[in-house]
Write a protein that binds this ligand. Structure first.
Ligand SMILES: CC(C)(COP(=O)(O)OP(=O)(O)OC[C@H]1O[C@@H](n2cnc3c(N)ncnc32)[C@H](O)[C@@H]1OP(=O)(O)O)[C@@H](O)C(=O)NCCC(=O)NCCS
Length: 173
């Protein structure tokens, strides 16, 4: 069973392990993901009511971290949010954890009448399953930047219109 919950500072080692285990991210990308975590949960974290980076976590029955999402309001926009990071422990992939995380992010954003959720991924074959994941969950390719990450490695920008399917809140955070 997947339990959706919150992260705190103590989850940092588990998060670092999970990000490495996916083999989807380079070391410099993992460093950036951990920077966002530290900015939010570290000792010098700010006290803004809505932080720049928000997190949703998934845990198994034993309370171990199985996945997480990081998202935040896109600066300079009205109601647009970026999904900065989503990762599920490889031993738990394909079992609905990523879908549960994404649904929770969407639910939270719809509660605050967000308009658009934006997510980016690579066009490389290695990201086929990731693109299927977004496509099956209502995300559509809004832009494709050819050779963005590297030659033959396009940047795909997916968006999901959040304003059209406002769901009633089903549970608290
Ligand atoms: C992409 C990811 C977050 C999806 O989470 P998940 O828990 O595996 O996804 P779910 O079980 O909710 O959904 C499975 C669907 O996602 C797709 N999928 C993506 N990666 C998959 C994987 N490794 N195993 C099985 N399905 C996967 C399948 O198309 C599947 O579709 P289906 O439900 O029609 O069969 C997860 O696989 C992951 O962490 N991948 C590595 C990191 C990554 O690519 N992050 C996104 C960076 S942009």
């Amino acid at each position: 069973m997947t339990v959706i919950g919150a992260l705190d500072r103590s989850h940092r080692p588990a998060l670092e392990r999970l990000l490495g285990a996916t083999r989807a991210f380079r070391p410099d990308e993992i460093a950036v993901a951990l920077e966002l975590f530290d900015e939010t949960f570290g000792s010098s974290a700010g006290s803004r009511e809505v932080p720049d980076y928000e997190f949703v976590a998934a845990f198994n029955d034993a309370g171990s971290l199985t996945g997480y999402c990081c998202y935040g309001a896109t600066p300079g926009t009205h109601g647009t949010y970026d999904l900065y990071w989503i990762a599920v422990d490889p031993v738990c992939q394909g079992a609905g954890v990523g879908s549960a995380l994404l649904a929770e992010v969407e639910r939270r954003l719809q509660e605050r009448t967000a308009r658009l959720l934006v997510v980016e991924t690579s066009g490389r074959d290695a990201y086929d399953a990731t693109r299927r994941f977004y496509g099956a969950r209502g995300y559509r390719v809004a832009a494709q930047l050819r050779d963005f990450y590297a030659p033959a490695d396009d940047r795909l920008v997916y968006t999901r219109d959040l304003s059209s399917s406002l769901q009633p809140a089903s549970r608290g955070a």
